[in-house]
Design a protein around this ligand. Sequence first.
Ligand code: ZN
Ligand code: ZN
Length: 408
Amino acid sequence: MVNQKSLEKYAELALKTGVNLQKNQAIMINAPIDGADFTRIVARKAYEMGAKDVHINWTDDELTLLKYENAPDEVIGNFPEWRVKLHDMYAEDGACVLSIRSTNPDLLQNIDPKRVALANKAAGEAMKNFRKYTMNDKIAWSIISIPSGDWAQKIFPNQSREDAIENLWDAILKIVRVDKEDPIAAWDEHNATLKAKREELNEKNYKKLIFKAPGTDLELELPEGHIWKGGSAVNESGVTFNPNMPTEEVFSMPHKYGVNGTVSSTKPLNYGGSVIDNFSLTFKDGKVVDFQAEQGEEVLKHLLESDEGAKRLGEVALVPHESPVSQSGLIFYNTLFDENASCHIALGKAYPTNIENGSSMSEEELDKHGVNDSLIHVDFMIGSEKLDIDGVKADDTTEPVFRNGTWV
Ligand code: ZN
Ligand code: ZN
């Protein structure tokens, strides 16, 4: 069993560095019922830190699946009003929100994708107001992960359930730096590194990045006014928090009409319960004009055909090859982990916050500035120890940014 002291340290890290809980503040926690023991530790610590209210929204994979298997469409497609009110009430009160995840990547693989889409659409529409609080950093929020048996055995398929869970705990705790003597200090240092990197890149203001690796020769234009982000964020009340744990990336947006060349994946991509592996995409003027995959080519085709924006890029993220996620050598089948193991790019929607004034631009303005829009945002990994990246400056001179998979 994972030892109690490590769990206490992880809970404290989530509360202090993750959501940065303040005295007399309420906290809403989304947690899996299988993680009740850990969640109770978090709740106890939250009260010890002075939280005025700790509210838990329990989830259960088994019950979620049962509902999808049995409930009629009108129930699946209905997101109850009381749930919306609950979230809005806590947000209005300035609560922070901590999500504890233990995703089973295959949970809904046998459910009609139409029903899943129906539920997602209903939730998306109902939670519009609440999402403004998180997406625009009005309140402090954070997502952390803990193992579940199904997820652990997906990563360690040849191990017993107990061993797999144990090994996944070890991997997660190491990746989020809880194995360090003082994880909070380790995160302060890590955030300072990410901040220095993003500030350096913002100052350089490269107009283009050139990626070279086996199977990859890609030129990626960065739009005027693009912004590099990464690491901790600051909410409306000036409280610093960390939306994702782990996070190892600094990221910005490519110009939706300015991507040319070919890029090859370096890790499998789990998309909608299927794996796409050893694939490459060829771009012309920002759009995918050719693609191939050793595994999952049909799935990749559907992904690219999702809508117009699905054939264009919405994110470019730089992650050094020696990141702790990468060092684990594991494939997590969970984007929150896998994208932090490797440089990646994303097909689909760009974050408007990655460009000056993006949050207040109309759809036409976003398009004019090269900001891609789509219903999808799918990250895939292109980094390795063989990746070199060059930056092209405003005066057309070129300098190395990455060599052998890491910062120069
Ligand atoms: Zn990313
Ligand atoms: Zn992304």
